[in-house]
Design a protein around this ligand. Structure first.
Ligand code: SAH
Length: 206
């Protein structure tokens, strides 16, 4: 599959029907999702791998990972209504994904790669922390998206290092999200985000 095809396919999936602002339910745009997945695939982190998508929402990242050859994909989501849409999207595309209706903190499988577009913490402060903590616990490689703000960059840098991970900022990407989550006057707002690859540092005793 070509990257452009992946972006188009992912952007044609159904979005949230009634997005819940307190869960920061905005979908990852198709081109942003395909950028993340493509970079991960190039690093050898998708094909033949066991993947977990944290906060899968409508399933965009999970479905894309499977299309790029992931062996097995767990897709976690706390909101059953969103998961319904994700299941429908997966069926439409014809991919097999293990959807799990749970809080990310409850997940206990080891995986090769975590991919996620977590809540940015704009509605509930630090909403991204349980996502990062669980990702550090179950995987050695994490792809994640956060707001491109100096204080967030500092946080990702230090939080990763404190948990034995090396953060690498891969791309800074602009994307459009519905205004209801951040602003009131406009219909859509552009936000600037950073895409990271966080990798466990080699252990000193090896
Ligand atoms: N990755 C999806 C959705 C991103 S929005 C996409 O790209 O379309 C973040 C998602 O995380 C929302 O669907 C929200 O319901 C979910 N979520 C928020 N807190 C969660 C938690 N503690 N455990 C699991 N899912 C959570």
């Amino acid at each position: 599959m070509r990257r452009k095809h992946l972006a188009i396919l992912l952007s044609q999936l159904d979005g949230f029907s009634e997005p819940k602002p307190w869960l920061e339910q905005y979908r990852t745009p198709g081109d942003v999702a395909s950028e993340l997945l493509w970079l991960a695939a190039q690093c050898g982190d998708i094909e033949g791998k066991v993947i977990a998508d944290f906060g899968t929402g409508t399933g965009v990242l999970a479905i894309g990972a499977k299309l790029l050859g992931a062996e097995r994909v767990y897709a976690l989501e706390i909101d059953e209504a969103a998961l319904e849409i994700a299941r429908r999207n997966a069926k439409k595309v014809g991919v097999d994904i293990e959807f799990l209706n749970m809080d990310v903190s409850e997940f206990n499988e080891r995986v090769d790669t975590v991919i996620m577009n977590p809540p940015f913490g704009s509605q509930r402060k630090h909403a991204d922390r349980p996502f990062l903590l669980k990702a550090f616990e179950v995987s050695e490689v994490v792809y994640t998206i956060h707001l491109a703000k100096p204080e967030v960059r500092k946080f990702i840098e230090s939080f990763s290092k404190d948990h034995g991970f090396v953060p690498r900022l891969l791309r800074t990407i602009h994307f459009e999200i519905p205004a209801q989550f951040f602003f009131h006057e406009k219909q859509l707002e552009w936000i600037t985000t950073d895409l990271y690859r966080l990798e466990k540092s080699p252990s000193k005793d090896i």
